[in-house]
Design a protein around this ligand. Structure first.
Ligand code: LLP
Length: 418
């Protein structure tokens, strides 16, 4: 794991900060997500410190983990937020986040979402098409407001990541080509209820190399210079999120290296730098704790059937993503290779393949690096209640989301009268 180590073994037993995971499982049950406040705080502070005295705003990408307690912690640390829906905006406000530090990304903002965001006076809309700009101008006009806007540019850069989470190639649905963006900025007079305040890009997620960030930032800088020549002054440059974390043997740039690079590329401009990190803030601050229901041997394989499943953590099934799987208690049983699978009725329901583990029925396993895109992508498939979420602060445990009940799952459903 990179950076701060919140999950460590003491005498063969895995702890989060000062709390034993075994105790958490006994007290709150499994499966559950567990987050370390220190790890999250540490990651935020690493980002913040790396900017040194450069004017900047860190807008945490809420989609990575949108629990109110996580948002509240980040808001207290001074973070802004990057949202992609009206729902996420409501979460930010409920959690005590500042609308004036909130930017709104996404290709399909609805009129209602635009209204909500304009009412709350958010910092900026990252607009992704001319059609969206026309709609936003119209919505703002009806509300007698002026919408602050960055155009999200598609710099046509290969982020060298999984194709599902690569967003900065011209084939992707995201952003506006650089030339096209230039033309739209120049036609500002057509949009009297819009004020262009920034430029924005985001090229993908889980980036393990610095080069694509460099390439995209340089293209943004060229655009910035082009705008300046046209006397189009903007207030900020948003370079998106996307910094990868170590799940297995990736070697992504460190937070410091990444931020220092962005600062150095843009050293000649005084405008504020905005970034939208999600995963690099929360990914390695959280785990998914699960208990082995059964060990099952078939003629071909050994299976460890656990009580967490693809509805709790879909990343392995969806992206073939690797999450390290650790035993909560080390023991001396003979190690075997296991398929770690959930109870869901699909062969695609797995959390890990071919993992060498010394385990027995009833043992606890920690699925590592699950703080980002874990709970926020969970579902009720197979009518499985969503897991509880626990935040650990030193020696204290706080339930930050109760385990869901079956009653809650079916509450909105209705049998029709015949
Ligand atoms: N900004 C925008 C506009 C984004 O679309 C995203 C992520 C981010 C920022 C934050 O990216 P990050 O720093 O977390 O890489 N579900 C996938 C990841 C999807 C990312 C979508 N956009 C996964 O589990 O790997």
């Amino acid at each position: 794991m990179s950076g701060f180590e919140a999950f460590v073994y003491h005498n063969g037993e895995l702890f989060v900060e000062n709390v034993s995971l075994k105790k958490i499982a006994e007290k709150f049950g499994t499966p559950c997500y567990i987050y370390s406040q220190s790890a999250l705080t540490n990651a935020y502070q690493q980002f913040d410190a790396a900017f040194e005295d450069r004017d900047h705003l860190i807008c945490y990408a809420v989609k990575a983990n949108s629990n109110l307690a996580i948002l509240n912690l980040l808001a207290r640390l001074g973070s802004g937020f990057d949202i992609v829906s009206g729902g996420e905006l409501q979460r930010v406000i409920r959690a005590g986040g500042d609308a004036q530090k909130t930017i709104f990304s996404g290709v399909g903002k609805s009129v209602n979402e635009m209204r909500m965001a304009l009412n709350l006076n958010i910092l900026c809309f990252n607009v992704e098409s001319e059609a969206e700009l026309i709609t936003l101008n119209h919505v703002a006009q009806n509300m007698n407001k002026v919408a602050p806007v960055s155009l999200r540019v598609n710099p046509d850069v290969d982020a060298k990541t999984h194709p599902y989470i690569s967003t900065g190639l011209k084939e992707n649905k995201f952003g506006i080509a650089v030339d096209e963006a230039m033309r739209i900025y120049q036609s500002a007079h057509l949009y009297p209820y819009v004020r262009f305040t920034g430029i924005d890009c985001h090229i993908g997620s889980q980036l393990s190399f610095i080069e694509p960030f460099v390439e995209a930032s340089e293209k943004m800088l060229q655009l910035f210079d082009g705008l300046k020549k046209q006397k189009l002054d903007i207030e900020h440059i948003d370079l998106g999120g996307g910094l990868g974390i170590r799940y297995n043997n990736e070697k992504p740039p460190s937070i410091k290296e990444y931020i220092s690079k962005l600062c150095s590329i843009t050293r000649n401009i005084k405008q504020r730098l905005v970034i939208e990190p999600g995963r690099a803030l929360v990914g390695n601050s959280g785990i998914l704790l699960t208990r082995i229901e059964y060990l099952k041997q078939t003629p071909a394989r050994n299976f460890a059937i656990v009580d967490a499943a693809m509805n709790d953590l879909i990343r392995p099934s969806l992206y073939d993503a690797y999450h390290e799987i650790l035993p909560v208690e080390k023991n001396t049983i003979e190690a075997k290779n296991y398929e770690i699978v959930g109870p869901i009725c699909e062969t695609g329901d797995f959390l890990g393949h071919d993992r060498k583990l010394s385990i027995m029925d009833g043992d606890l396993l920690a699925i590592m690096s699950a703080g980002a895109y874990g709970m926020s992508m969970s579902s009720n498939y197979n009518t499985r209640p969503r897991a509880a979420e626990i935040l650990v602060v030193g020696s204290q445990t706080h339930v930050i989301r109760q385990r869901e009940s079956i009653e809650q799952i079916i509450a909105g459903e209705q049998i029709i009268a015949y």
